[in-house]
Each structure stands twice: as C-alpha cells, then as structure tokens.
Design a protein around this ligand. Structure first.
Ligand SMILES: [Zn+2]
Length: 270
C-alpha cells in the first residue's frame, strides 16, 4: 500500500533531502510566537498549538494511503508580537525581521529544488507578514506558496457561546481548550478566569467597530483587557480542545494534500 512520507528537515542529511526532493515534496514551515498568554498559559502556547495541529494532520495523512511527500521545516518560534510587548515574556521580531526570516527560509527551500511551500501559522499577529513574504517568494523563485492560518479555518462545531467564539481572541476558551488537550500540565488551572474583552463590551453596547471584523482598530493587548487576555478561559475543557484540534487538523491535511497535487504548469504557461 502507498504510504505518505513526512520527514523533518533538520533530521535529514543533505543527500537524503536531495533524494526526497525527487518526489516533489511539500515543505511545511510552522510559524508561531513566543508571547504572553496571561497567567494561565505558557509563553509558547502558539508553538504548542501549531505543533499539535500539524502532528494531528500528519497522522491523518499517514493513514490516508496517498503517496504524498512532505518535509517539516524547523519552526519559526519567534513571531511578530508587537501587540503583546507591554507584558513580560513576549519576544517579538519587527515586521521587517519577520518578513526577512520567512524569505530566508523560502530561499533555502527553493535552493534545495523544492517548488511547494506551505506556511502554517498559529499566531494572528503574523498574518500580514506572511502575506507579504509569500508573494515575494512567489515572485522571486516561482514557488507555490500556500498560506494557512488555522484561526481562519471554519471553526469546528463546539459547545461554546457565540460571543466567546467572536471575541475570545487570545488566551480565551479556544486556546485554553486546545492547550488542555495537547499539554494539560502546562495550563495553570488555578489562574483560569473570565477576561471580558473591550470588543465584547462594545458589541453588547450595539457598537459595530471592534478589534476585528469588516472594519477594525489596531490594538495592543492591554487595550482589550488589562490582563492582556481576551475570552473566558473558564469555559475551556479538554474535550472541546480535542474537537477543535481534530477539526482544524482535518482542514490542514486537506490543504497539504492540495498543495502537493497543485498543477504547477500554471506558472509555466506564459
Ligand atoms: Zn496564542
């Protein structure tokens, strides 16, 4: 039976990578952040969630009988977290450094002869830099660059109130639930609390301009709540986390598959 091959870039030798490249693999770059997530979650929360979703997606691909080949690049742990620099623990690159870092990795991927790159992002603040770097890599190297931000995926159906789903952007029920499932010892349970965000308060007052949505204001975490967290972490449990991880991973595995089979002749047609 055909088997998907999923390797880790840094664990291969150079010649082994060259052999893998003959199979036209997808290179997957996990992009995350090291930043404050309140008193209940560790600074590497976005790294843990990104790795958890990618592992669950890899498990699905390994089982599906396809001949797909993929190679997972070393995680870019530091991201663009200017909105969280008002709190201890945040390590942030500038937007320019973030773009430069993704371009440098993309250049190495292209030099190795790979033509498919998937940027898999688990931190909202990285999205703009991902867009800019991806287009530049497409321009510079004729790479297919897929941008996948899990927080933009259709949300798996879970038992959480609509206002938490809309406004629990950072350290709320969603992230806390996934952490309870993926790395429960890392969650400081005695610090779980309800951090009601400025966005939720404005919506409750009938105002339409919030931190996200069709029009939004640029925000620092302390603008939304003095603790730097938004959402009700007390609503989280591991079962909700399990459903979220499996649902997001199902979509991610589909994106990997379609990146692997994407017809690259569209780049050669002109
Ligand atoms: Zn986060």
């Amino acid at each position: 039976m055909a088997m998907a091959t999923i390797e880790h870039w840094a664990r291969l030798t150079g010649p082994e990578l060259t052999t893998l490249v003959e199979r036209d693999p997808v290179a997957i770059l996990p992009v995350a952040a090291i930043e404050q997530h309140g008193p209940h979650l560790p600074l590497d929360t976005d790294v843990v969630i990104g790795h958890g979703l990618l592992q669950a997606a890899a498990d699905r691909l390994a089982d599906d009988g396809s001949e797909l080949a993929a190679v997972i690049l070393p995680t870019l742990a530091l991201g663009s977290s200017l909105e969280h620099t008002g709190f201890a623990g945040t390590l942030s690159l500038s937007a320019e450094q973030m773009i430069a870092q993704i371009r440098a990795v993309g250049a190495g991927v292209a030099r190795a002869g790979i033509r498919r790159l998937l940027l898999f992002n688990s931190h909202g603040g990285n999205k703009a830099e991902l867009d800019i770097a991806a287009l530049q890599l497409r321009h510079d190297y004729e790479l297919l660059v897929t941008k996948a931000n899990y927080f933009r995926f259709a949300r798996p159906s879970v038992d959480l109130p609509a206002d938490e789903l809309a406004h629990g952007l950072h350290g709320g029920a969603l992230e806390t639930a996934m952490m309870l499932y993926l790395d429960s010892e890392a969650v400081r349970r005695d610090a779980l609390a309800n951090y009601k965000s400025l966005g939720a308060n404005r919506a409750a007052a009938g105002l339409t301009l919030g931190p996200e949505g069709d029009a939004g204001f640029a925000w620092r975490a302390e603008d939304l709540h003095p603790a730097g967290v938004t959402g009700n972490a007390m609503l989280a449990d591991a079962e909700i986390g399990h459903r979220l991880v499996e649902g997001f991973a199902a979509r991610l595995s589909e994106i990997v598959r379609e990146t692997a089979s994407f017809d690259l002749s569209v780049f050669e047609a002109r």
